[in-house]
Design a protein around this ligand. Structure first.
Ligand SMILES: *Cc1c(COP(=O)(O)O)cnc(C)c1O
Length: 470
């Protein structure tokens, strides 16, 4: 076949490889402040409500439960940037800044004109973005003289991150792990124990909340909502003990903005700006982390990026939930949060993306969704594993089942761009790797996984029970 001198298909391939694949920052580029999107929101989230008095929560109301610094951050509606303590930045240096990667091989496999980038948060020692908030939360507790902390964990990612952070700052940690994950993901339990944490399968007989649900439903496999109730109860009944949460809260979203702040600089290095930003959605922390720093340019009117939260079809709070005050936990111990929710007693199917099995969307993301400033899509379990396998076989990284929701949504958008013939720039967050989730992959390849649909009746049965405050 005739061809231009010196240009062959091989040369073209080399050209591809010579283009920058990975955009890497220096340690000095780790952000010095987190971005607090609330300061820029046109409609601020409605206040948290005290479950007893039904009055708006004041920072002092939260001090018995959370660290003082965390409580203040939770209710900070005015400061756009909040300084990252030096000790936290020092710890971030263990794995930050994380790389931004251009997914050339995935683009080629999809034959799409879209440019696909991902921020690789799977490079942290525990394999996910969760450490970004575990470290500051543990740091603030230690700085305030706390000795013990409690938390819950779903798939075990948050528990693993907090175990490492607790050990670093010399805190004793008790983790309530959702029973289904405790059994499905024994290695995450081993990781937590390796870092020195105590791990309890939830529901357990060690708390009132756990005993009550086990009496009603002896074979209940647990949920994040129940595990949160147990952890909160232990924190409230143990001296010098605070409760620490891995998602949903404003302070967690705040800490995660290091992801997007770094990505902003890296997209600049790549000479592009995202038309679409995508992340999977459990309680909203990794979505907030990558989205908010870019969203601030939409809010100021300079940009018109689309933001897509990808949630499981089996737990569709943003796409099918109600916008309503609800508890953060199953037993109703936490403040009431204004958010999209499926009801705090909703028990999602046992999908393998354990980190996405949460009933509510958090106050900030829910308000943004309500105001049409972000979008949400729901993804079926089998589609997430198909997307994960393609990603592994092209880009080489085996993604967490949670992150695979973002990959599936990205592939959908890249294929849409192909149909439209438009060269869009898509950025997604790879929230974690799946090397400890291989049982789930085994079951996928053995055709042993299913999709789960939630009926409107099932959703209404839980949301109708909520007290109407909004
Ligand atoms: C926990 C977790 C999630 C979901 O939590 P968000 O708070 O919504 O980010 C997503 N991906 C991974 C890898 C996780 O560990």
């Amino acid at each position: 076949m005739p061809c231009f001198i010196g240009i062959s298909i091989n040369n073209q391939l080399k050209f591809h490889i010579m283009k920058t694949k990975k955009f890497v920052l220096a340690e000095n580029d780790i952000p010095k402040a987190w971005y607090n999107v609330i300061a820029d929101m046109p409609n601020k989230p409605a206040p948290l409500i005290h479950p007893g008095t039904k009055q708006p929560i004041k920072p002092e109301d939260l001090y018995p439960l959370f660290s003082k610094a965390g409580s203040d951050q939770e209710l900070n509606y005015t400061d756009r940037f909040i300084e990252i303590p030096d000790e936290v930045r020092k710890q971030y240096r263990i794995w930050r800044p994380t790389p931004l990667v251009r997914a050339y091989a995935l683009e080629r496999a999809l034959d799409t004109p879209a440019h696909i980038y991902f921020k690789n948060e799977s490079v942290s020692p525990v394999g996910s973005h969760k450490l970004n908030s575990a470290i500051p939360q543990a740091f603030y507790c230690k700085a305030e003289g706390v000795t013990n902390i409690t938390t819950e964990t779903g798939a075990g990612q948050w528990g693993a991150a907090l175990s490492m952070a607790a050990k670093h700052f010399g805190l004793e940690l008790a983790v309530y792990m959702v029973k289904i994950s405790y059994e499905q993901k024994p290695y995450r339990r081993s990781i937590m124990q390796t870092y020195g944490a105590q791990v309890i399968a939830s529901p357990s007989m060690s708390t009132k909340a756990g005993r009550k649900i086990l009496t009603d439903r002896p074979d209940y496999q647990g949920s994040l909502g129940t595990a949160i109730s147990e952890a909160v109860e232990l924190a409230m009944s143990t001296p010098n003990c605070k409760y620490v949460l891995g998602s949903v809260l404003n302070q967690v979203s705040l800490h995660q903005t290091v992801i997007g702040l770094e990505a902003e600089k890296q997209m600049e290095m790549a000479g592009e700006y995202p038309d679409i930003v995508i992340a999977c959605f459990g309680g909203g922390s990794n979505f907030s982390g990558i989205a908010f720093p870019f969203l601030r340019h939409n809010l100021s009117g300079e940009k018109a990026t689309r933001f897509i939260a990808a949630e499981p079809s089996s737990c569709p709070k943003l796409t099918r939930g109600v916008f309503q005050y609800d508890f953060g936990d199953e037993a109703g111990y936490t403040p009431l949060i204004p958010m999209y929710t499926l009801g705090h007693q909703f028990s999602p199917a046992n999908i393998h993306a354990g980190g996405l099995r949460y009933h509510g969307g958090g106050a900030i993301v829910s308000q943004l969704k309500h105001d049409g400033l972000i979008e949400a899509v729901d993804i079926q379990q089998l589609d997430t594993f198909k997307a994960a396998a393609l990603f592994a076989r092209t880009e080489g990284i085996i993604p967490a089942p949670e992150s695979s929701h973002a990959i599936a949504a990205t592939i959908n958008e890249a294929l849409k761009a192909k149909v439209e013939g438009k060269g869009k720039t898509i950025l997604f967050n790879l929230s974690g790797h799946g090397l400890i989730d291989m049982t789930a992959y085994d079951r996928y390849f053995a055709n042993d996984l299913a999709n789960y649909d939630v009926t409107d009746e099932e959703i209404r049965r839980n949301t109708d029970k909520l007290e109407k405050i909004l």
